[in-house]
Design a protein around this ligand. Sequence first.
Ligand code: AGP
Length: 610
Amino acid sequence: MCGIIGYIGHRRALPLLLNGLKRLEYRGYDSAGIAVPHGHGLYIAKRAGTVAQLAAMVDSLDLPATMGIGHTRWATHGEPSDRNAHPHTDASRRIAIVHNGIIENYATLKAKLQQDGYTFHSDTDTEVLAVFIGALYEQYGDLELAVRAALSEVRGTFGLVVLSADHPDILIAARRGSPIVIGIGDGEYIVASDATAIVEYTRSVFYLTDDEMALLTRSGCQTKTIDDIPTSAQLLELEFDLERIEKGGFPHFMLKEIHEQPQTFWDACRGRLLALEGNIKLGGLRSVEDTLRRARRLILTGCGTSWHAALVGEYWIEELARIPVEVEYASEFRYRNPVLSSDDIVIAISQSGETADTLAAVREAKLRGATVLGIVNVVGSSIARETHAGVYIHAGPEIGVASTKAFTSQLVVLMLLALYLGRMRHLSATQAREIAEEMLRLPDKMRSILERSQSIHSIACQYAHAQHFLYLGRGVNFPIALEGALKMKEISYIHAEGYPAAEMKHGPIALIDENMPVVIIAPRDELYEKVLSNMEEIRARRGQIIAIANDNDPDIARHATHVIPIPETLPLLTPFLTVLPLQLLAYYAAVERGCNVDMPRHLAKSVTVE
Ligand code: AGP
């Protein structure tokens, strides 16, 4: 979603703010801006477009300020334009704010302020908040009080930073529902919506919790609730370094992250997969071990790619642990009046740990007495903090908007969970060992697919100008078909649909002709013969088949137009291998079409609004 950066300290603020905005670009944005104290007032520069365009506007200026705020915006209220870009100011133009989230009662507040004679220059809810803070500041003459009073009256979500020309020695940050992380340096603080903007300056950070604010000066920091009750910040060390948020020689973050998967697969297993014993150790679940032993039903929830991971998890957990699993979109779960009891376990899956719908589902499930667990990547994120227990996937920062390595790491944790639950029940150590030992071989098998990506590149170029793609898979590879289709549409803007292969004849077959590329996932498993029949049905209608099949399959080439070979593995583990060619196919098609792979249009990395 939008990106926030704020700084107070001893360095020149402008270069640091622009650098921070560049680091946040991956979150998706359409405009950018900065504000710093200057002379007796504020200097503000903002515009629709890229951070580079903003930098070109301000680079040559000699602005000595050692504090300031910056923002990259992803439009919610009002089109992307110069006047809607942040920072927004109050009526006096002496208070500026940057804001992520949505002020739901902005229309009521705006009407009230208009009655009092205030005018507005943008279409945004953020400007309403800025003017409201300014009006309260006029009334109380106290900035902190004005911010607290305004935030107590707004409904909705915010992560924000306030800067005032009257107080060039303090930054005020606050959050409700939209992340704010504060980096602690030597006599300096860096505020951001995401730790990637902080890590090159300091690793020591703390996250604000909901309805908490921080008053940051060069000599110290005070945290309190919006109701003025002092709080104490929990310090964390960031675990990743600068290298992990840079491209490392790859043309795009997405390609780099695709290639990191043999390593991130291993990082998610490390210390957890006790292959020799046929056991699994998940330290983050120790506190809920008894509840898991008694579990009668699991509900897995998430959005987008994380929801696809949940669908794979459903197959695995039911197969290995024999516990009934339901999978539900978090956005549906939260509004569905779900039947839940204290015997239920809800597992929220999220790369960012900040997705608004998934977070709301977590809260709803907790309210109804369920035990709620998280499978999350971002350490210290809202979902990680609000769940009763959980397992981090340790994939490191994922910058490409299209999720790749986080998906395979989510799958690793779900497989570990299935084995862990299975071992608590009937799964023998021998059965678990067979799977665990094969998992240890997977990174090399993943690497061998990535090494052969040239052939996927040429297939992608051949079909990059298709209008539609169909993806088919069965069993545990049906969710992989959905994931392949999602990757294709989100970065290449080609319409793509995923289906269980057997469903094809119930409708989608009508779409097939010589212009329809059909990607079929066809590893040699118990459904292989049936998938071959589907391929014949497609061939009979002159569809173009791209088959993902085992490299030792002698027959497949007779049924497909193209074959992308993958090494053999246990049928249950095939998703770890079948998804890689689909990620690469989407990537190369998008590059061929000239799309902005890392920042696809209209998308944001983390969807923190409904
Ligand atoms: C994946 O490629 C998407 N960009 C998107 O579907 C994403 O998976 C979804 O928004 C959920 O995000 P989360 O995992 O951070 O909760």
